[in-house]
Design a protein around this ligand. Structure first.
Ligand SMILES: O=C(O)CCC(=O)C(=O)O
Length: 254
């Protein structure tokens, strides 16, 4: 469970290191499973859910094998029961409920692979305005679970504490944060270095990015994006199925 101080920290800063959410056995099992999916041989996960690093796709860089060419894999919990089990882990869900309430749905998941030498930068952005169609918009929080050591050298997450307070920003405003970071002028940013099996939470309006991986150590992190089950769906596309993680389903919600 989160302490009152941790909850207060999250409310003020928009992020929180929550410590270990996987023990060693769970971590090893998840790593092995993810390696199988990333081999491209797991027929139950559609190939379109695996995205290759742009520079590899464009032929500018080569990777040792298919797995090490991947930028990310996403929507895995919709196809794979073990990934859905991860999203339902009590070590994550009980803490998430303290922030979003008892009724939780999974809106999306993304396993960022950040391969050695070629893992690309993820520019500063907020998650919610870029594709989480919910009302109210601030009832979304991500759990980012480290499968490898996540360090400045291999491209850990960086956050701008308190940036969620401004609410949803336009793409142009997000781009300004990115330009300042690239110019070395983003003094407010904080690195979220994590050990394998540890997780951090970030609010849907928190500005965050991750660096390039120029090191020889890969940096995989599984982001499960939760929303309150009381939210309405505001997207223009037909609503798809959002798995119930905890609590109950209500009429006219997502
Ligand atoms: O892991 C990364 O490199 C990016 C993560 C991210 O943007 C997210 O979890 O929302």
């Amino acid at each position: 469970m989160l302490t009152q101080d941790q909850i207060q920290f999250f409310r003020e800063n928009g992020y929180l290191r929550v410590g270990r959410v996987l023990d060693d056995t769970e971590l090893e099992a998840l790593r092995r499973h993810v390696e199988w999916i990333a081999s491209g041989e797991a027929a139950h996960v559609p190939a379109g859910r695996l995205q290759v690093e742009p520079r590899v796709a464009q032929g500018e860089r080569a990777a040792e094998n298919y797995e090490l060419s991947l930028r990310k894999m996403y929507h895995l919990a919709w196809h794979d029961p073990m990934m859905l089990d991860h999203a339902r882990r009590p070590s994550i869900v009980t803490r998430m409920q303290q922030l979003l309430g008892p009724d939780l749905k999974l809106y999306q998941d993304q396993l960022f692979m950040k391969p050695p030498q070629i893992g690309s930068r993820q520019a500063y952005h907020q998650d919610q305005p870029l594709g989480f169609w919910i009302a109210p918009p601030d009832r979304m929080t991500t759990c980012w679970t480290a499968l490898d050591p996540s360090t400045r050298e291999n491209g850990c997450l960086w956050v701008i504490p308190g940036s969620h307070i401004r609410g949803a920003l336009s793409r142009a405003e997000m781009q300004e944060y990115e330009e300042r970071a690239l110019a070395g002028e983003q003094e407010a940013q904080v690195p979220l270095e994590l050990e394998p099996g540890e997780a951090s939470f970030h609010h849907g309006h928190l500005l965050h990015c991750s660096g390039e991986n120029r090191s020889g150590q890969r940096r995989r992190g599984y982001a499960t994006h939760y929303v309150s089950g009381l939210c309405r769906y505001t997207g223009l596309e037909p609503k798809e199925e959002f798995p119930l993680i905890s609590g109950r389903d209500y009429p006219d919600t997502l």
